[in-house]
Write a protein that binds this ligand. Structure first.
Ligand SMILES: [Zn+2]
Ligand SMILES: [Zn+2]
Length: 149
């Protein structure tokens, strides 16, 4: 299932009764439209292009709200960037993060196996997974080709 098959983050939030201020709505849009994973600083910078008055505190409060509401995942992405944390829209466990420490690239690998794993957990442990995260560290294709060549 793809992200676009679901409603926007803003719709999901309003369904949960979370009040959407103009600035919160803007941050949601930025997260929804981000091509990759943003940290809080990048989220603030992107939002400021639309609304220069938005501040750090609003960004952190909103991220907290979204995490608590289960709409956004906080990721450390294998600590390739040190202690930096990143945020992305939560999906129902359909991708794995691949991290290459040599070039610092994080890519996404989409597979139904993630969903199957959470179903297996439920089947065998009676544990209903509401989130799952799988990260693979290793050498990306570009880096291994550069080594060979
Ligand atoms: Zn690499
Ligand atoms: Zn991701």
């Amino acid at each position: 299932m793809s992200v676009t098959a679901r409603g926007s983050l803003a719709e999901a939030l309003s369904l949960r009764g979370i009040r959407l201020t103009r600035q919160r709505r803007l941050l949601l849009e930025v997260l929804d439209n981000a091509p990759g994973h943003l940290n809080a600083r990048e989220l603030l910078q992107a939002a400021r292009r639309t609304d220069p008055t938005i501040d750090r505190a609003t960004v952190y409060r909103t991220l907290h709200l979204l995490k608590t509401g289960g709409l956004v995942d906080e990721l450390d992405l294998l600590h390739l960037e040190g202690e930096e944390h990143y945020y992305e829209r939560r999906r129902t466990g359909d991708h794995v993060h691949l991290g290459c420490p040599q070039c610092g690239t994080i890519s996404e690998f989409e597979t139904d196996l993630v969903l199957e794993l959470s179903q297996e957990v439920a089947r065998r442990e009676g544990f209903t997974a509401t989130g799952i995260r799988i990260e693979v560290r290793g050498i990306c294709k570009a880096c291994s080709e550069a080594q060979v060549g």
